[in-house]
Design a protein around this ligand. Structure first.
Ligand SMILES: [Ca+2]
Length: 304
């Protein structure tokens, strides 16, 4: 009996030990999984924090550039790159008042249209060599009705053409959204070596005013200025910010025609801060900023 008891005890001890070791191994694996998950999250959040810090640096850069009326080499853009702790921080500030905002063609009242902005918007497409198919399709994408414009496209067209979606009939959320619109391609939206993309001229974030000190020559052309006028404007603004008086001298008729949508100072900017570490982990934070003489307000923040 005694011997048998001993045997049972040994077996029990063995089983117990095995159970404990199995549990230990299992827990060990789980612990390791948790640890790697946790360090991954920690790393991501660290990179995100640095990216958010980049936004603050961007705001300071923007403030300085605006206060000192600094004219950058490429009007409408400020670019900076920093290195911190083996991480690359790229800051890009774009001046959204240098672009045309199709959302603002539609007023807050039902059926209200800003005809001046509509004209300039349409002219931009023709300056870029595009037909009304594109400009009308984009307007149909935004306007609240489902009635296609002359060269546009609404839900019937999308369904018939095999799209899995139809126009949302609301303001453009971001210019990248143009890729979804019938007729728009990556080359048209983002451009290629030969031709600039519409992304350089179209915004979804501004009050609809166009800053002649920050816009691209193509937008000046869309505003109604001739090639000779544009040369005068772009050469003047490399020296000092242009003012109303200057535009009146350059081309009074063209300027007076678009006076109500032209400004000489910008209020809407997008600050993008992108951080990449040596393993290639990347985070981008975009801040949509409204700047006045007294304040700088972040309207929206996108993290990806
Ligand atoms: Ca529509």
């Amino acid at each position: 009996m005694k011997k048998r008891n001993k045997g049972v005890v040994i077996i029990l001890v063995l089983v117990f030990t095995m159970a404990i070791s199995t549990m230990a191994i299992f827990l060990g694996i789980r612990a390791k999984q948790y640890l790697s998950l946790f360090s991954g999250i920690k790393k991501e959040s660290e990179i995100e924090n640095i990216a958010e810090m980049g936004i603050e640096i961007g705001k300071t850069l923007l403030d300085t550039a605006q206060k000192k009326h600094m004219i950058s080499e490429d009007p409408g853009y400020i670019k900076k790159e920093y290195e911190l702790d083996n991480k690359k921080i790229e800051i890009l500030i774009t001046d959204e008042n240098g672009k045309i905002n199709p959302n603002r063609i539609f007023g807050s009242e039902k059926g209200e249209i800003h005809t001046r902005l509509l004209e300039v918007y349409k002219r931009l497409f023709s300056v870029m060599g595009y037909t009304e198919n594109l400009s009308d399709a984009l307007l149909d994408w935004i306007d609240e009705d489902d009635i296609p414009r002359m060269s546009g496209a609404e839900s019937t067209f999308y369904i018939a053409s095999g799209f899995s979606y139809t126009p949302p009939n609301r303001p453009l959320y971001s210019p990248e959204e143009m890729l979804l619109i019938a007729g728009f391609t990556e080359n048209i939206v983002f451009g290629n070596e030969e031709k600039k993309g519409l992304i350089n001229f179209i915004t979804s974030f501004s009050d609809g005013k166009i800053n002649v000190n920050a816009c691209q020559p193509e937008v000046l052309n869309a505003l109604g200025f001739s090639v000779a006028d544009i040369e005068k404007i772009t050469s003047e603004r490399t020296r000092r910010p242009i003012e109303e008086r200057f535009l009146l001298e350059v081309n009074k008729e063209a300027y007076l025609n678009v006076r109500d949508i032209v400004v000489f100072k910008s209020s809407y900017f997008i600050i993008s801060s992108c951080v990449t570490d040596i393993d290639g982990t990347r985070k981008e934070v975009k801040a949509y900023v409204k700047r006045t003489d007294k304040s700088m307000e972040t309207i929206r923040m996108d993290i990806r």
